[in-house]
Design a protein around this ligand. Sequence first.
Ligand code: DX5
Ligand code: ZN
Length: 222
Amino acid sequence: MSKRFLIAPSILSADFTRLGEQIAEAEAAGAEWIHVDVMDGHFVPNLTMGPFIVEACRRATNLPLNVHLMVEHPENLLEAFAKAGASHLIVHVETCPRIVSTLKLIRSLGCKAGVTLNPSTPVGSLEEALPLAEIVLVLTVPPGYSGQEFMAEEVSKIAEVRRRMDAIGSSAWLEVDGGISVQTISQVRDAGADAFVAASAVFGHPNGIAAGIQALKSALSS
Ligand code: DX5
Ligand code: ZN
């Protein structure tokens, strides 16, 4: 059986005057998840969206909402995001001194529990989280903005995370986020990723959202 790969367009680069239409277009073009980048202006310099936008996305699609929480003290916000309709809640290991209990809390709210780490954070920091995580997200840009350059030096980290997941028999998704494009997606796949976030390569594609998704899917299958 061929391996399953998922595309998760990040609405960070969407046109927010037409958010519902843009999500519908991504869904019609074959997007599997919708990625929502939540930034608090503290953990990362940028300030973006909260549960209110997740609730709007929930009304726009039935696709899983893959919510990436770049915030301090994420445990204070988990319930609000779950109530708003998040399907996956992904927390940064740097913000969770008690990562095991945070992941358990996410599961108790009925969401898939995800963990992520900054490019500067070593893979070893995931050790406690890996057995419980249902999604492991590796960042290939410093978090904060879309449209940044892919950090090729992070490819070996993806492979190391894949090795550690396989060693404990984890069936979690290994998702990669940052600078994903037709030029970079195949090396990320070859390192062991199976879910791919893309903001500018989808919403900023010169021929539109569907063309952006199709280009990524054909690069994945080549
Ligand atoms: C970066 C965000 C990413 C971002 C990706 O802080 O976590 O999800 O939207 O944007 P691109 O795909 O343009 O690198
Ligand atoms: Zn993200």
